[in-house]
Design a protein around this ligand. Structure first.
Ligand code: NAP
Length: 256
């Protein structure tokens, strides 16, 4: 039996990277998926890929900083697929890589709005819909940055990712007795456009540096991260809630 047979899922940040890989895996595992991000074309190609396999997906383009979008996203799951069981709130930005004392308030607010306020808005509109079906699994993307590792230059990003863990733990405590499980994944470096190893000006020495931070001496593929999200989404993790789940190749325990 497929891990998400009969389930309906929302995935944000699905136009690229971890979100895209997770949406594909969810669909492969039987879920009907609502995929969200700002770039319509990337979402459309994802929907085509998913539907070509015989699975079902629908795209909704919009901005996760916008509460009206969060509401429409949850509404789309109900209108198109009859309800909601799983939400992966994953959209994020890194912001400026700059010392904290030099950071602009605009960048601070944008990173907090995109990464953290969006998680609150997602939960606020997804969970009531999940409760109509007796519960569900909500998953957020945090990071090793901000959760044990103080990466210089990443102050706004770290604050947003630590905030996600706090929000997730409160949701788990508030809603556990109503069938809602809330968890976060804390990836290490992942091979996506966001990773500094993939910056246009990053040479082999940057890639080597980033790889070397991890105990396993490499970064992850988005598909490896998606497997952990699938675990948290599925009934295989039925007794797991309030968990900050590291999927980080040992970056948080490595000293190099
Ligand atoms: P990515 O490929 O750059 O994906 C980021 C996604 O977020 C894109 O789909 C982007 O879509 C979406 N997004 C950004 N701002 C948005 C907004 N305002 N509204 C709607 N969607 C928005 O990077 P990724 O690595 O897969 O990132 C996914 C998550 O993993 C992020 O939360 C990131 O912080 C986290 N993470 C990444 C790493 C890493 O090394 N890559 C490590 C730890 C944690 P559009 O541009 O189309 O809107």
């Amino acid at each position: 039996m497929l891990a998400l047979a009969g389930k309906v899922a929302i995935v944000t940040g699905a136009s690229s990277g971890i979100g895209r890989a997770t949406a594909r895996l969810f669909a492969e595992q039987g879920a009907r998926v609502v995929v969200a991000a700002r770039r319509q074309h990337e979402l459309d190609t994802l929907v085509s890929e998913v539907t070509a396999t015989g699975a079902e997906a629908v795209a909704l383009a919009g901005d996760v900083r916008d509460e009206a979008f969060a509401k429409r996203l949850a509404g789309t799951a109900v209108e198109r697929f009859g309800g909601l069981d799983v939400a992966f709130n994953n959209a994020g930005v890194f912001g400026e890589l700059t010392p904290t004392l030099d950071r602009s308030i605009e960048d601070w607010q944008d990173v907090l709005a995109t990464n953290l306020t969006s998680a609150f808005l997602g939960a606020k509109h997804q969970i009531p819909v999940m409760l109509q079906r007796g519960g569900g699994s909500i998953i957020f993307t945090s990071s090793f940055v901000g959760c044990g590792i103080g990466l210089p230059g990443a102050g706004a990003y770290a604050a947003s990712k630590a905030g996600i863990v706090g929000l997730m733990q409160v949701l788990a405590a508030e809603l556990g007795d109503r069938g809602i499980r809330a968890n976060a994944i804390l990836p290490g470096g992942v091979d996506t456009p966001m990773n500094m190893a993939n910056a246009p000006d990053a040479g082999p020495e940057v890639q080597e540096f980033v790889n070397g931070l991890h105990a396993v001496k490499r970064i992850a593929s988005p598909e490896e991260i998606a497997q952990s999200v699938l675990y948290l989404a599925s009934d295989a993790s039925s007794f797991v809630t309030g968990e900050a789940h590291r999927v980080d190749g040992g970056v948080s325990i490595s000293r190099n």
